[in-house]
Write a protein that binds this ligand. Structure first.
Ligand SMILES: *[C@@H]1O[C@H](CO)[C@@H](O)[C@H](O)[C@H]1NC(C)=O
Ligand SMILES: *[C@@H]1O[C@H](CO)[C@@H](O)[C@H](O)[C@H]1NC(C)=O
Length: 590
């Protein structure tokens, strides 16, 4: 005896196969008048037709007219060839043109009529239309709905039982702007018809059934669709016979064009991250947190962070009357990690003024942080180069290096002003992206602290230097490098850029300094074969602690992710007129 499920399927299949034979009266004649409560009509007309079908219904009923196939002469002009739907007063309910979507639904009270006009080109037109009526206010099936969550499930009425006849269900799905909808059907089991004339699902990329038609589905299948907009409309339409399980589908909101999306209201920020992106980096959703590590994701599929403006470590800044709020989502590995993973930081900034809200978001995968708010004036980028001739920038990201590699870097100022010079004032390494762990200095206040650090001659708008990778790499599995670059006027002989090493106790760059940020990286170690020694030098960190080579071995394949953050302190030419009490900061009065 076959399992019940197989038997059921067999019976359904047989029924469905029989349903393909569903007899639909083709209407070769031009027009007719029907008085039935429902009737499917397969319209076939040729050129120069002007035919009207009347559906005569009592005026205490709602009449619904569903077109599921529409093939007019595709090159015809709508003014010469169309299908016009009228109500019982001959007011136009709607017009279907040659370029109209194949699915169209009209509703009226009482009788209706459909008039098909064709132009003189020889061509066989066809359309499939079903009309049915029901007492006003008593829909044959209660179904459909509005969904606003970041994820959810929808299913046909009675699912997994048989769907009702004459179901006309519309679901509206809406997710935050900057996100799209990914809808996955786990099952579709509707009447089988190659043209999906009878029972069908229509999907629209937008908030209504007048949005662009994405797809029409029927039969026994599964499917996945993705919107381009942040809303989706799903229509289920069924007729008078052959009902099966209907459908079931799940949806999630996904970032529209990136791996994460930010939307910003006057009260909070919402960040949505593609969970597969987090997985691809080797992280779990539980590894993600806001600046205040106790603030974690509100949901895991999709990954959603609700970022309050006044909690969770959100930093508020007021600049030129514009208020901005910034928080950082970081991924930190949980316990028991045995493979290194890319560092991940998503910096979200919501900028608010009286008038509007704008979003700025930066995703750093150890490569890019661009703080556009602060780089409006000067933009400094930092790039690795293959060699000391500085001809070939390293385009690969991450940048894999050997332990004993010398790394060549150039800080470049993007400016139209040729009279600006760039000076590397301070660079230091840390194992933490926020530089809270002990730092290891390469150069500080222009004074060399690491004997592998080498400055190359500067030119207009750039500064070049090199250092050996391996000192940090063997000490820490993950290293960030932050550099501070000073930008000076080339004509100013007394500027900071010309002073080299300054050993005074505390620098205070004063108010005539503007900050800029740029980041390059990551750099990582190439895979080491076996347990080859990584170098004989035992390094000390700045705080004097012994380097932990074992940490490196533990992680086997290595991975040092260095992220180089350049903080450029830009000495604004216009502001240098302000007096300063600090001798090393030149204050030309010219
Ligand atoms: C609708 O009107 C018809 C006559 O046109 C009548 O027979 C029927 O009972 C009415 N139905 C309702 C629900 O009022
Ligand atoms: C539809 O076609 C008819 C017949 O050609 C024409 O009179 C009418 O204006 C057309 N309707 C539209 C909206 O173009």
């Amino acid at each position: 005896m076959p399992p019940v499920g197989v038997l059921t399927f067999f019976l359904l299949f047989v029924t469905a196969s029989q349903a393909q034979e569903k007899s639909v009266e083709i209407q070769p004649r031009c027009g007719a008048s029907f008085t039935e409560a429902y009737k499917p009509i397969q319209i076939q007309v040729n050129e120069d037709s002007d035919c009207t079908w009347d559906f005569v219904r009592p005026n205490n009923e709602t009449t619904r007219i569903v077109f599921s196939v529409l093939n007019l002469n595709p090159v015809a002009d709508c003014s010469q060839e169309n299908i016009t739907v009228f109500d019982e007063n001959l007011d136009v309910l709607g017009v279907l043109c040659p370029d109209s979507p194949r699915i169209a639904v009209f509703e009226t009270t009482g009788s209706a009529s459909v008039r098909v006009s064709t132009n003189s080109e020889s061509f066989q037109r066809n359309a499939y239309v079903l009309y049915y009526s029901f007492p006003i206010g008593s829909e044959p099936a209660n179904c459909g709905g509005d969904l606003r969550g970041f994820s959810g499930t929808i299913a046909s009425p009675n699912y997994p039982g048989r769907h009702p006849h004459f179901a006309y269900c519309i679901w509206h799905l809406e997710v935050p702007k900057n996100t799209k909808i990914d809808l996955t059907f786990t099952e579709i089991f509707l009447e089988i018809d190659p043209a999906c004339r009878f029972d069908f699902i229509a999907l629209y990329d937008g908030p209504s059934t007048s949005s662009p038609l994405l797809d029409v589905l029927c039969g026994r299948t599964v499917a996945e669709v993705e919107t381009t907009s942040n809303s989706l409309t799903l229509l289920l339409s069924t007729d008078y016979a052959n009902s099966y399980y209907g459908f079931s589908a799940n949806y999630v909101a996904l970032p529209k064009s990136n791996t994460s999306a930010l939307s910003c209201s006057g009260e909070e920020m919402t960040v949505i991250i593609d969970p597969s992106y987090i997985t691809s980096l080797g992280y779990d959703v539980n590894d993600l947190a806001l600046s205040n590590a106790s603030c974690v994701a509100a949901s895991s599929n999709p990954v959603v962070f609700n970022v309050p403006f006044s909690a969770c470590g959100t930093v508020k800044k007021v600049d030129d009357h514009i208020v901005s709020y910034t928080n950082i989502i970081t991924a930190s590995p949980g316990g028991g990690v045995i493979t290194r993973r890319k560092q991940l930081q998503i910096i979200v900034t919501c900028e608010l003024d009286n008038e509007s809200a704008a979003e700025i978001m930066y995703v750093t995968e150890n490569d890019i942080i661009q703080d556009q708010q602060e780089t409006g004036k000067y933009d400094v980028s930092l790039s690795f180069y293959e060699s000391q001739d500085f001809n070939s920038p390293v385009l690969d990201s991450p940048y894999f290096v050997e332990l004993n590699n010398t790394l060549f870097l150039q800080a470049t100022l993007k400016t139209n002003d040729p009279e600006l010079t760039v000076f590397t004032d301070t660079c230091f390494a840390s194992s933490k992206p926020d530089f809270t762990s002990p730092n290891y200095d390469l150069i500080r206040n222009g004074c060399l602290k690491d004997d592998t650090f080498h400055n190359f001659p500067s030119g207009s708008g750039f500064s070049r230097f090199s250092f050996s990778a391996f000192k940090f790499l063997q000490a820490q599995p993950s290293v960030y490098l932050q550099c501070r670059v000073v930008i000076c006027d080339a004509n100013d002989s007394g500027s900071r850029c010309n002073q080299g090493c300054i050993t005074r106790k505390r620098r205070d760059l004063g108010s005539n300094i503007r900050k800029a940020h740029a980041v390059v990286g990551p750099i990582r170690l190439k895979r080491q074969s076996g347990a080859e020694p990584l170098g004989s030098v035992s390094e000390k960190n700045e705080d004097g602690s012994k380097a932990e080579q074992s940490t490196f071995y533990l992680f086997g394949i290595l991975v040092l992710v260095a992220n180089v953050l350049i903080v450029a302190f830009v000495v604004l030419k216009y502001s240098r007129k302000q007096p300063s009490t600090h001798g090393y900061l030149p204050v030309p009065t010219s």
